[in-house]
Ligand binder design. Structure first.
Ligand SMILES: NC(=O)c1ccc[n+]([C@@H]2O[C@H](COP(=O)([O-])OP(=O)(O)OC[C@H]3O[C@@H](n4cnc5c(N)ncnc54)[C@H](O)[C@@H]3O)[C@@H](O)[C@H]2O)c1
Length: 373
């Protein structure tokens, strides 16, 4: 393996600590600098990582050491920050969703294509043993031809625990754009791209109350739908039924189930890297747990960034990363189309498509990444 790829992080909020911990474990990437609109927050975030420079966003973009910009800002800023990185000639890896809307995401991919740099995007949880083991079971034919899936995410809302939850209720947020990327990316990984969607959506209240931190008790406005349901018609013909909600208290439904002609699978939480995959196969009694058979073992947020780094810097030299821009674009297109379908009450054809990313063989992170062909 050559020199590690140098990472500059823009946005040092709640999620950044998880990335810093993973980057520390991965030999392919090295944290060199961070930036945030709030420089004190950036300084605090990298206190455990002495030697990391704290810069303004403009300084970080201009820093010749930075190969890849890791964009951990709020969804409304994803496109703007990504475009700055691309204009500076750097690869960019974004938190999800790729942008707050499809039009902005298209501008990001077009600019990256023209600049010859690559775009990666969360979620990378689907590269862990949970989704990858389920995918291998499907690809190996354990459940026969997949015909349907269900995906359910039900919580009372992130304002209960996040100290600055405004973005969850602003455009680019809501249960679908916030949590949907995990579920839709998992469904596309398992069942392939989506061709058509139908949907319905609602919202229970115009305001939410912050439940923790210095702003506890403050009310914030809700400008997005907070309960979204729909059916994704995959190009393969499989039908996925989706329920994404910030309006329910709890659920006992599995996060994801996939049903095939010969068997059914319970797929673990796609917001986590691992978890038990259960199978019930025609002719066998009950459910059995499948041993982890594919994916990165004990992975953490940032493994998708290392995957991008390990496949070579810049478009001319590297393949599309697994947690790649075209997959993230398709997932965002599916989600935005689902909201359009809910508004119009008609089926919406998905204009984009993508390849299923190459599978990940079972391996520990310590053993290195699973290089793409
Ligand atoms: N919090 C979580 O548990 C979690 C989990 C998974 C993914 N994410 C995703 O991570 C992203 C960030 O979430 P978070 O919870 O860390 O949010 P946050 O509000 O805690 O942090 C975002 C940070 O970005 C900074 N920022 C915003 N716009 C900026 C700009 N233009 N330039 C520089 N800095 C800017 C803010 O000052 C803030 O410090 C979101 O896309 C979210 O969907 C969050």
């Amino acid at each position: 393996m050559g020199e590690p790829v140098n990472v500059g992080v823009v946005g040092c909020g709640a999620i950044s600590a998880q990335y810093f911990r993973t980057i520390e474990r991965l030999p392919q990437v090295r944290l060199v600098a961070v930036a945030d609109l709030d420089l004190d927050r950036a300084r605090e975030a990298v206190r455990p990582y002495p030697g990391t420079d704290v810069l303004s966003v403009a300084e970080l973009m201009a820093d010749p050491r930075v190969d890849v910009v890791l964009n951990l800002t709020v969804p409304a800023a994803h496109a703007e920050v990504a475009l700055q990185a691309i204009a500076a000639g750097k690869d960019v890896y974004c938190e999800k969703p790729l942008a707050a809307n499809v039009a902005d995401a298209a501008r990001v991919l077009q600019a990256a294509g023209e600049a010859g740099v690559r775009v990666g995007c969360a979620p990378d949880t689907v590269l862990g043993t949970g989704t990858q083991t389920a995918r291998k079971a499907i690809d190996d034919g354990l459940i026969g031809r997949p015909v349907a899936a269900t995906a359910t995410m039900m919580t009372p809302g992130h304002e209960r625990w996040h100290p600055n939850p405004d973005f969850y209720y602003a455009p680019g947020g809501g249960p679908l754009l916030d949590m949907g990327p995990y579920y839709v990316t998992c469904l596309v990984t398992l069942l392939g791209p989506v061709a058509t969607v139908v949907g319905a959506a609602g919202r229970t209240r115009a305001k939410r109350t912050i439940g923790s931190g210095p702003r506890q008790g403050e009310e914030i406005p809700v400008s997005v739908d907070t309960h979204v349901t729909g059916v994704l018609v995959h190009a393969s013909g499989a039908l996925s039924t989706l329920v994404m909600s910030f309006d329910g208290v709890a659920t006992r439904s599995p996060n994801i189930e996939v049903h095939g002609e010969k068997g059914s699978l319970v797929v673990p939480d796609p917001n986590h890297f691992d978890g038990a995959v259960l199978a019930s196969v025609l002719g066998e009694e009950g459910w059995r747990e499948l041993p982890a058979a594919a994916g990165y073992v004990e992975a953490g947020r940032g493994v998708g960034l290392a995957d991008l780094a390990s496949t070579g810097l810049h478009a001319a030299r590297g393949a599309e990363p697994r947690a790649g821009g075209s997959l993230a674009f398709h997932v965002l297109d599916v989600m935005e189309s689902l909201l359009d379908a809910a508004r119009s009450g008609t089926a919406v054809t998905i204009a984009s498509t993508c390849e299923r990313p190459p599978p990940v063989a079972l391996r520990s992170l310590a053993g290195g990444l699973d290089g793409l062909p």
